[in-house]
Design a protein around this ligand. Structure first.
Ligand code: SAM
Length: 283
């Protein structure tokens, strides 16, 4: 096996660390108004979506990310009806949400239509939730979108890229304050908050800023293992003024939904909120 031949895609995390996957075919390559979009066929991880040189989705492990973004909050909310996803153009989170028959509306607010169209074409199963009549797709900046609402949503999911380019707006205090304003009283928000190992500063600042908006007990990180993301250990932060994910026993995931899940369950839920010492000390 030679790493030198040109059939490897590499994401360089910094000048010293990288993650490479050998590909058999490049299926898509476009520079949209917002970013470079590449899709490869790979042996080890199936099809992969790359934005601006960073792994976003792999068929091998993306189910972990999307299940852990969506189901911990959905298992704790009493009667969720209206949900919005900011970012998330691959529609994996949408496809997890449409599994809940009680939801009335699911809005995907993605800034780049080319991400949605390329994922519809090359990740049909992952993006199949877009065919659900309850789903509405808007192509605009999520920070501007969310600022227009007051007590509107039961759940806001932020499935953003890193804080670069258009993603920067999704890490600003004003964005967090507008998320809180847009939530119904017993609502919740879940944001992907990067790697506590490889992006400690972004993780730490995000959680601290979310806690300054939602209160110390109102922003609770949890972890999952996502091999294609930097360092493998990934974080999410659940924010709510009423829902405490470390105390609330997740309501039983219904039989048919449970049969549809490959990662999330009640024990995984509880374990995810058990933070390692080094993470606790960061916060
Ligand atoms: N799961 C991935 C992760 O954790 O890095 C994120 C996947 S999803 C493809 C990220 C999406 O956020 C991209 O499609 C990107 O276009 C979108 N995005 C970035 N900034 C945005 C903004 N300000 N408003 C709406 N969508 C944005």
């Amino acid at each position: 096996m030679s790493l030198n031949d040109n059939s490897w895609f590499t994401e360089a995390y910094n000048d010293f660390t990288a993650f490479s996957v050998r590909y058999s075919r490049k299926l898509y390559d476009e520079t949209s108004d917002f970013q470079r979009i590449e899709i490869f066929e790979t042996d080890a991880m199936g099809r992969v979506l790359i934005l601006n040189g960073c792994f976003m989705v792999t068929e091998k492990d993306t189910f972990i990310y999307h299940e852990m973004l969506v189901h911990p909050a959905m298992a704790l909310l009493e009667t969720p009806r209206r949900v919005v996803i900011i970012g998330g153009g691959d529609a994996g989170a949408v496809t997890e949400l449409v599994k809940y028959s009680e939801l009335e509306s699911i809005t995907l607010c993605e800034i780049d239509p080319r991400v949605v169209s390329s994922c519809r074409e090359y990740f049909p199963a992952l993006s199949s939730g877009l065919d659900d009549p309850r789903v509405q797709v808007l192509y605009e900046d999520g920070a501007a979108f969310i600022s227009r609402f007051q007590e509107e949503f039961d759940l806001v999911l932020v499935d953003s890229t890193d804080p670069v380019g258009p993603g920067v707006a999704l890490y600003e205090m004003s964005f967090y304050q507008n998320i809180k304003k847009s939530l119904k009283k017993n609502g919740a928000a879940v944001l992907q908050t990067e790697s506590p190992l490889f992006m400690a500063d972004v993780f730490e600042n995000s959680v601290k800023n979310l806690r300054s908006v939602f209160g110390n007990a109102g922003a609770t990180p949890y972890l999952a293992v996502i091999p294609s993301y930097p360092g493998g250990m990934w974080s999410f932060t659940m924010c709510s003024e009423t829902v405490d994910p470390t105390k609330g026993a997740p309501r039983n995931i219904s039989g048919n939904l449970r049969g549809d899940l490959r990662y999330y369950n009640g024990e995984v839920h509880r374990a995810a909120f058990a933070l390692p010492e080094f993470v606790r000390r960061m916060l």
